[in-house]
Ligand binder design. Structure first.
Ligand code: SAH
Ligand code: SF4
Ligand code: F3S
Length: 471
């Protein structure tokens, strides 16, 4: 690639959507850097701007168009600038054309299956000064491996274990834009994680739309429970997380694996979506509210202190006031640590978009407000139970809102703010002194290392050495 203006060309990426997309952007950055681009600090200093988009709800798409609108003036003042739009929204049927129509200043459009083509498409756009539109209808036969990844933080890493989804929940566009479920072979995943451990990473998040169906397409006898046990054995990694789990596939065997694996965290993100059996059936979730209650009971019996979080949708077609009351009741009975709450958004091409009895916007909004209010109170109450308790925090660094204090997460995935000298990557015991719905506050506790009390002086730690403690 040719350098211009005395410096290599610079790229800027902006990501919408879920962790899979965040990780795709890490690959995108890796690809661009391999092709010789340097990272730009802002849109204004970039020669190439790539938007990695989401289409799970209409709002996500509106945000992309909003962002593209803002880039129009920049493009007008800098005609050499290449603007690329890709990912889930571009992959959605008819959207590539819609983007071209609404935002003619876009130079490159790519889908979810041809991310690796981006450097080439950008090069062609620069050389020919013509828009490049390339969206593949299917992924490559073999999952492309060995693509460069440029990760953001040196502590926690996302690692894909499955691509795509086979579940076809009736509201969801993801299976259409991400294709069928494909699992990466265990040896490739383990090699990647060993490499991350060698680089100093402490936590891995295993990613897939439905991680607990991992391995079904591999026919090698390895399932998600086996994979967890293998990852648990990798030296240097201290915490293992995974997302997302579908409740229908969360087997007893898997609960036992989580309980048995020391590094696998006691956090279960189990999207329930709704509390009414009629709605769950129309969503094609393939479990009932009683199945879900049983699952929660099994988890709580087997993994004491586990946190359970969820996703909920209000205003699914045909949702009556009674159906919604069943969601409120479920939330009250399970007492989730926290929940992501969404207003149902019809997605063209999905089954539910064609269902009768779409719920009015005002009713949906009102239900969301009531649900959020209910869940916030529960989150606050659940967190209050931690007051006075000691928790293990993986230190991430200075808090973003107040650099005077440190921020980290518990194994149950709660944010904790505390004072002290600990360094990023250390495991620190913290006593909780204050608890809100979203954040915990606490004080560091002196550590006991093999029975001896060790003052928490970060200076006493030898850099690069990671130690395990027994409390
Ligand atoms: N694979 C994950 C979630 C993917 S999308 C899973 O199955 O849990 C993340 C969340 O977005 C979903 O759990 C659901 O709650 C929400 N969602 C998906 N499609 C939606 C739609 N059309 N309208 C509103 N929320 C939606
Ligand atoms: Fe969408 Fe359902 Fe697949 Fe999750 S499991 S990605 S909600 S179709
Ligand atoms: Fe959005 Fe695609 Fe993720 S649609 S939620 S970015 S898989």
């Amino acid at each position: 690639m040719t350098a211009e203006k005395g410096h290599p060309l610079r790229y800027f990426t902006f990501t919408f959507g879920c962790q899979m997309n965040d990780h795709d952007s890490e690959v995108l950055r890796g690809l661009l850097e391999k092709a010789g681009y340097e990272r730009a600090a802002s849109e204004e200093t970039a020669d190439v701007i790539i938007l990695n988009t989401c289409c799970v709800r209409e709002r996500a798409e509106n945000k992309v168009f909003g962002y593209l609108g803002k880039l129009k003036a920049l493009k007008a003042s800098k005609p050499g600038l290449v603007i690329g739009v890709g990912g889930c929204m571009a992959q959605r049927q008819g959207m590539a054309e819609a983007i071209r129509r609404q935002a003619p200043h876009v130079d490159v459009i790519f889908g979810t299956h041809n991310l690796h083509r981006v450097p080439e498409l950008v090069r062609m756009a620069r050389e020919t000064r013509q828009a490049q539109l390339e969206v593949w209808s299917r992924p490559l036969e073999d999952i492309p491996e060995g693509l460069p990844v440029r990760r953001e933080d040196g502590l926690k890493a996302h690692v894909t274990i499955t691509y795509g989804c086979n579940n076809f929940c009736t509201y969801c566009i993801v299976p259409y834009v991400r294709g069928r479920e494909r699992s990466r072979p265990p040896e490739v995943i383990l090699e990647e994680i060993r490499g991350l451990a060698a680089e100093g990473y402490k936590e891995v998040m295993l990613l897939g739309q439905n991680v607990n169906s991992y391995g079904r397409d591999l026919n090698n006898g390895v399932d998600f429970a086996d994979l967890l046990a293998m990852v648990d054995g990798i030296a240097g990694i201290e915490r293992v997380r995974y997302t997302t789990s579908h409740p229908k596939d969360f087997s007893r065997r898997l609960i036992n694996a989580v309980a048995a694996c020391a590094k696998v965290c006691e956090h279960f993100h189990l999207p329930v979506q709704a509390g009414s059996d009629a709605v769950l059936a129309r969503m094609h979730r393939r479990y009932t509210r009683d199945d879900y209650f049983r699952l929660v009971d099994q988890i709580r019996a087997r993994v004491p202190g586990a946190s359970i979080t969820t996703d909920l949708i209000v205003g699914f077609p045909g949702e009556t006031e009674d159906d919604f009351a069943a969601t409120l009741d479920l939330v009250e009975r399970v007492r989730f640590d926290s929940a992501y709450t969404f207003i149902y958004s019809p997605r063209a091409g999905t089954k539910a978009a064609g269902f009768p009895d779409q719920v009015e916007a005002e009713v949906k909004k009102n239900r969301l407000v009531r649900l959020v209010e209910r869940q916030n109170r529960i989150s606050q109450e659940v967190n209050q139970e931690l007051l006075g308790q000691e928790v293990e925090v993986l230190v991430e660094g200075p808090s973003k809102t107040n650099p005077e204090v440190l921020s980290g997460r518990t194994r149950t995935n709660k944010i904790v703010i505390f004072s002290g000298q600990a360094r990023p990557g250390e495991l620190q015991r913290v006593r909780i002194t204050e608890a809100g719905a979203w954040t915990l506050f606490g004080e560091p506790v002196a550590r006991k290392v093999r029975g001896r009390v060790l003052a928490r002086q970060a200076e006493q730690l030898q850099p690069g050495i990671w130690w395990r403690y027994s409390w």
